[in-house]
Design a protein around this ligand. Structure first.
Ligand SMILES: [Zn+2]
Length: 412
């Protein structure tokens, strides 16, 4: 099989999709179910139609573009990513996996390859949490990791429910039907920009992902007692911020205690009330993000954080309440997909590193319903979620070539 990627065409298509934006190019803003999001999807769907793929949308707005295999009753092989973009983002996050996936299919068609299993390109709805506050909506629903009725009730900032927004965007039917039947896919592979600097720094063209980290989010509220910053003696204080400061350091300590570089913790939000220089903080609201590729290790860090909260609260005589906002399980990539990617890199003489994905992706949820894996390509300086996000046509072409080879293997 003589596989050739049309790098120029792919670069042009990525650029054209990037022009469909609610921001000033090169900034890309495509929030789910907005007119611009729908135009972006239409652009991709038209190209899929031209490639002879069979199109269908589900009730959430996930799009499936199918290249029917010789034995269409077999479980299909899936690939794809997302085309929604958070405000003022770049042109490559998600889109490389969608348009690259399409070009991989076209390259296989041009090479005269006939898949035994059907190959399906997916465009996931709302990978970005921008509108409904929760990421990977489409893949969560496909994997049954988000209850359909809870999903339907999610609201955006204007009080519009997910159900109202998707119906207005033309996606009808019940969200209950979105969940994929067991064994729908025999494998799923997502091509994506790395969104970090490692591949570029090491001069390695490709990254084969072996595990995807997942965040656990905590909200912590500390109630102490306010007062005059001059009049209340130190020994009499119940300063909520000092407790927050200790808890923040406990987050760092708990995460470091696992002994693994893959456990990371961040206190990204710390709001102090009343927030005046001459007033003792009476209340603090913190948000904490703890991630790992191993759930048990992440949980051990969380347990330490909880007990630190309790100890610090008692000692400082403040009330500490914590609430888990989300705790998605991390995923190990499927050996069958990793192996297909390794063989594809070797077949084309392209170097690769095995790496973990510290950001999470639709593949995290697809891994619950299919053997899943990811392929990373370098992006300039590791920059992502910014208008100056960039991946070279060569890098995208190499990723697409390896994806095509891997899809061929998995669909044979
Ligand atoms: Zn993405």
């Amino acid at each position: 099989m003589q596989l050739a990627i049309d790098q120029q065409r792919l670069a042009w298509e990525l650029e054209a999709l990037g022009e469909i934006t609610d921001a000033l190019p090169p900034a890309v803003t495509r929030v789910v179910y907005t007119a611009v999001d729908l135009r972006g999807r239409e652009f991709v769907k038209k190209l899929c139609g031209e490639a002879g793929l069979e199109l269908r949308d589900d009730a959430a707005g996930n799009t499936f573009a199918r290249w029917a295999g010789g034995e269409p009753s077999l479980a299909a092989v899936g690939t794809g990513s997302h085309v929604d973009a958070l405000p003022s983002a770049g042109r490559y996050d998600g889109t490389v996996g969608v348009l690259g996936g399409l070009e991989a299919i076209r390259a296989l068609q041009r090479a005269g390859f006939r898949p035994k299993r059907s190959i399906e390109l997916l465009i996931f709805t709302s990978e970005e949490p921008t509108r409904f506050g929760i990421g990977c909506l489409g893949s969560r629903l496909l994997a049954g990791m988000l209850d359909a009725s809870a999903g339907a009730r999610l609201k955006d900032r204007d009080g519009i429910t997910l159900d109202e927004a998707r119906t207005a965007a033309g996606f009808a039917g019940s969200l209950e039907e979105v969940r994929l039947p067991a064994g729908y896919y025999s494998a799923f592979v997502e091509l994506h920009i790395e969104q970090g600097p490692l591949l570029e720094q090491r001069g390695v063209p490709l990254g084969i992902v072996t595990a995807i980290a997942a965040p656990s989010g905590l909200k912590i509220v500390i109630e102490g007692e306010g007062g005059h910053a001059g009049a209340v003696l130190m020994r009499d204080r119940r300063d909520a911020f000092l407790a927050a400061a200790e808890i923040s350091l406990a987050v760092e300590r708990s995460v470091l205690a696992t002994g693994s570089v893959d456990t990371v913790g961040t206190v990204g939000v710390c709001e102090v009330f009343p927030g005046a220089v001459n007033s003792i903080p009476s209340r603090v609201r913190m948000e904490v993000d703890v991630r790992d590729i191993e759930e048990s290790r992440r949980d051990s860090a969380l347990t330490k954080i909880y007990s630190a909260c309790e100890e610090i609260g008692k000692r400082r005589r403040v009330d500490v309440r914590s609430e888990v906002v989300n705790a998605d399980p991390p995923a190990q990539c499927a050996p069958v997909v990793v192996e297909a990617l390794v063989n594809a890199c070797n077949a084309h003489g392209l170097g690769y590193d095995r790496m973990i994905s510290r950001a999470y992706h639709d593949s995290l949820f697809m891994s619950r319903v299919a053997p899943a894996g990811m392929l990373f390509i370098p992006c300039r300086s590791g920059v992502s979620h910014r208008p100056d996000e960039y991946a070279s046509p060569e890098a995208i072409g190499q990723g697409t070539l390896v994806l095509a080879e891997a899809l061929a293997h998995l669909a044979s």
